[in-house]
Design a protein around this ligand. Structure first.
Ligand code: NG6
Ligand code: CA
Length: 502
């Protein structure tokens, strides 16, 4: 009798394993915010320990030469989710919290691709790509269009960023916990009478300001933009990571029987940095270090859930960031004073907003136990390529014109190709472009040459063309454009060609 049951159980569990092996892989993208390439212990950080992300790196491919499309959030997210460089489109700059939807429903998106392959798709976390249209935007009913109209079966999002109003979550296009008798009003131009602001009521601030962010004052933190109403729906800053992580965990639990694609965009480690009490003081670096630990906890929760659901082997987990590091992004949270020897951009120059490598060369780990060998790759890779890489992996073809800048990087993911992308473009805050090819990086001449004064970030622009050898000069210290006019010419030409799309 026992023998029979044992045989049956063995048979059933082999079937499950087999089914897992043959079914398409689940995909989880964990998209951190403002995480620099030097911010993780698996990338050499000493002042902060990130054991869960290190575990992911230990089991996956850790990339040293992977880039987002831009040095800020909105354009990078646009490129990742559409496979199109952001600078080809208008209105892909850092979006206001009441911006209309930037990825409009006719655009073929990454979740569209997964849906085409019969996946369940979900977006949880920071959105910052606009909602509704200028005419239709509605915080007090169904937002239309919303993420359901661009391929996400489920969404639970912050409309923009932690430092922008409205400070509420939306689930499937509707504000969560909204009391209809206290409707939400949002404006990015006009303050609402009687509502506190950072500028008027500094005594109410629990997080002091450094620059900007002096408008709506909510939970003791003032933000960008004005807001009134929606009191019952306001998020609590110290529990954002918990809320989003729990939603991500339950999305995985609910969809464990079907292949799923989860875009989990954390609020960490963006400003305002408000770690939960559990993480306060976990590092000597103050809030910025502590929210890195909080991010690491979120990643651990996702990995543990996949283990618990027996999904680990057949799930691709990608961790990356939407732009490089910034230390002072507007709030006086002591991140500058307490930085110590920590180097958020690693050996690279510049940071968030910059055309230098600190701007958009980001930590990136890809784990796929069944098909990707653990290790390190120095191949040149871009987030704009995720879409076609997935299409390749799933054996799906995309409609004509979809994901126009995306190339499959599967050969590099699987270790067959150690060079990666032939040409890679990136854009910075002032919309200046650079192109990387092999060891060379060319930066277009630009008139926007000022430092980004408040954040103390070098934007990296120069009125002269710039050429760096990233192999021998990782820190982009020596502009060798005048020594190598032919390389400059060649890269200029290629950049123009890609710009004009021919
Ligand atoms: C800037 C904000 C900065 C941050 C950034 C967007 C000011 C002075 N600075 O305009 O704090 O919110 O926008 O960051 O307002 S991102 O990661 O979403 O692109
Ligand atoms: Ca960002």
């Amino acid at each position: 009798m026992y023998h029979k049951i044992f045989t049956l159980l063995f048979f059933l569990s082999s079937l499950t394993l087999l089914a897992q092996k043959n079914s398409p892989p689940n995909v989880v993208i964990i998209y951190a915010d403002d995480l620099g390439i030097g911010d993780l212990s698996c990338y050499g950080a000493l002042a902060v320990q990130t054991p869960n992300i290190d575990r992911l790196a230990g089991q996956g491919l850790r990339l040293t030469n992977a880039h987002c499309g831009a040095a800020t959030c909105t354009p990078s997210r646009y490129a990742l989710l559409t496979g199109e460089y952001s600078w080809r489109r208008k209105n892909t700059d850092i979006a206001a919290g009441n911006a209309p939807m930037i990825i409009t429903p006719e655009i073929y998106t990454m979740p569209d691709l997964f849906k085409q392959a019969s996946y369940k798709t979900g977006a949880i976390g920071k959105w910052h790509l606009g909602l509704g249209t200028e005419q239709s935007q509605n915080w007090n009913g169904l937002m239309s269009p919303n993420l359901a109209d661009i391929g996400f079966d489920y969404s639970y999002i912050m409309a923009a960023t932690g430092d922008r109003v409205p400070c509420v979550y939306l689930e499937n296009g509707r504000v969560v916990n909204l009391d209809p008798t206290d409707p939400i009003q949002v404006s990015y131009t006009t303050p609402f009478e009687g509502e506190p602001t950072g500028a008027k009521n500094p005594e109410m601030l629990k997080l002091k300001l450094h620059h900007g962010h002096d408008q709506a004052l909510i939970n003791g933190i003032s933000r960008i933009g004005f807001m009134k109403g929606g009191k019952s729906a306001l998020w609590v800053d110290e529990t954002i990571a918990d809320t989003l992580t729990h939603k991500a965990v339950s999305f995985i639990e609910k969809n464990k029987e079907t292949p799923f694609f989860l875009y989990f965009a954390t609020h960490d480690i963006h400003v305002p940095r408000t770690p939960n009490q559990r993480f306060v003081g976990k590092t000597d670096m103050g809030a910025r270090g502590d929210v890195i630990m909080q991010l690491d906890w979120s990643v651990g929760e996702i990995l543990n859930t996949l283990d618990r659901m027996n999904l680990t082997d057949n799930t691709i987990v990608i961790l990356s960031s939407d732009n490089g590091a910034v230390i002072n992004d507007g709030y006086a949270d002591e991140s500058v004073e307490r930085l110590g020897n920590h180097t958020p951009s690693g050996v690279y120059r510049g940071g968030k907003y910059s055309i230098f490598e600190g701007g958009a060369r980001v930590p990136t780990i890809i784990k796929y136990p069944q098909k990707i060998k653990a290790g390190q790759s120095d191949a040149l890779m871009s987030q704009v390529d995720l879409m076609r890489s997935f299409a390749h992996l799933l054996g799906q073809s995309m409609p004509n014109g979809a994901a126009p800048d995306s190339e499959s990087q599967w050969a590099a993911w699987s270790g067959k190709d150690t060079k990666g992308k032939k040409y890679l473009l990136k854009v910075n805050i002032t919309k200046d472009l650079c192109i990387i090819s092999g060891d060379w990086k060319y930066i277009e001449p630009s008139k926007n040459t000022a430092y980004f004064a408040n954040t103390n970030t070098e934007i990296g622009n120069n009125i002269q063309p710039q050429l760096y050898n990233l192999k021998t000069d990782k820190g982009e210290k020596t502009n060798v454009a005048s020594q190598y006019p032919n390389i400059v010419k060649k890269l200029q030409k290629k950049l123009q060609k890609i710009k004009l799309n021919n």
